[in-house]
Design a protein around this ligand. Sequence first.
Ligand SMILES: [Zn+2]
Length: 532
Amino acid sequence: MFDLVIRNGTIVDGSGRARFTGDIGISGQRIGVVSPVPGSLTGSEHIDAGGLCVSPGFIDVHSHADRAVLTNPYCKSSLFQGITTVFAGQCGGSQGPVNDAMKERAAERAKRMGVEPPSVDWHSFGEFLGRIEDVGCGVNLGMFVGQGTVRNYVMGYEDREPSAEELDKMRLTVRDAMKEGAFGLSAGRTYMPGRLAGREEIAAMCREIAPSGGLYACHMLSEGDAIHEAIDELLYVARASGARPHIVHAKVCGKQNWGKAPSVLERIEQARESGLDLMFDVYPYIFAQIGTLRGIFTGVAPRLNIGELLSALRGDPEGAAQVARDAETEMAKIDPVRLRNLPQRGVVWCQNTREHEWKSLEEIAADLGIGLIPAVIWLGVENHLAVKTALIMSENEVEMFIKHPFSMISTDASTQDVLEDKSGAGHPRTFGTYPRVLGRYARDLGALPLEDAVRKLTSVPAGRMGLSDRGLLKQGHFADLVVFDRHTVGDSGSVETPSEKPAGVKYVLVNGSVALRDGEITGEKAGKVLRR
Ligand SMILES: [Zn+2]
């Protein structure tokens, strides 16, 4: 007699083997038995999965849930799409360790942006994990320690090489985080202050994670023009340190770079042949993080009322030109990376000038016969600032990454408990990533068999992270499960309305507790903090 039996389901067990019909018996937090005989098990409670697929819970290896889980503890956007485990602390930034100087800088930044300063009552990496345990969490959560965070902790935003003493302190900080349960080191090679580190410094950090098999999860130096140089750096760090390299949110951005994906994948294969345990994750969308037009300017003039400014500039071309020059100068100082990427950013949605959607800002400027920044200002005026931009990838190359034998899936998103998108900059991946892989890529495009798709969402990431009792429907494993309809599963969000509940996900179990029932959140916070 089991606590819960999922009956008559089409079992896709995560290993990649062919689906079969059967029952799953759950005792407490774990799977008691997987029976290939439908209707053979009885329990105190039953879920009828007739006609539906049952698979292991999806494992999001690249999540920015982090601090969001403290304020969105039910993790609804994750559960709606079948995610039962997330790995946060990515792109060089983790919530711990944190010191007073960092808290002060964060408070100053919040003041500049006119938002509430974050409340931080923890210090070490491990204390933050404990904080999540206090609040409770809808999904299981593991964390990486961020290289940028560690540098910030020891050196602040100093743009120089560390002294021997500082380097030692950073290494010790990484070592401590690993002891406290980190799954590895993450880097965001284009972000401050992590990008101030050279490759030797990164390799020194990675030497601290190598002995325990931690991953070096790298948001690379370039995902476009200099992607091959970025791979050079990644491979150098891996070879110099012995750490297992992992490329996060793999992509090739910017139209002029489309066509590079095959050579990127070839280099990944070569690196593996040479003995490196290199893999990557990818999200199933052709546009990266969405920014608003307001976002392009906020770095320049956070207190500026852009709306008023733009209306005033209508009919004042000289004033507009001056604003354009000032904006460019300021952006070059504050965020040169953003300025460098600006020409390649594409308009992915706009209110009034729809003929410019899916063009890059550079193309739009050329169409209009004006400069880049004036074109951005023009778009803002014409659309009353209702413009969303993002770096754009090729549909064909995104599919290539998804299908590749050494890829797995991630969201690169946070988690949220509300369905409204207040910022205007939300990405549909927050709600739709996993249903989109199953619906669009596996079913509709036939890019990969269902069994293989499920494997990339479950046992492949579990193996990558060293989770020995998750990611498979197997006796003794934790009962993290998803029940979905393979005929209807799919994402529902768009650039315009990103926060839409996906279709076809019926039940989600986290550690044996029903967290989603008939598509509705039950309010369970059954997730565990995972420590390597
Ligand atoms: Zn990133």
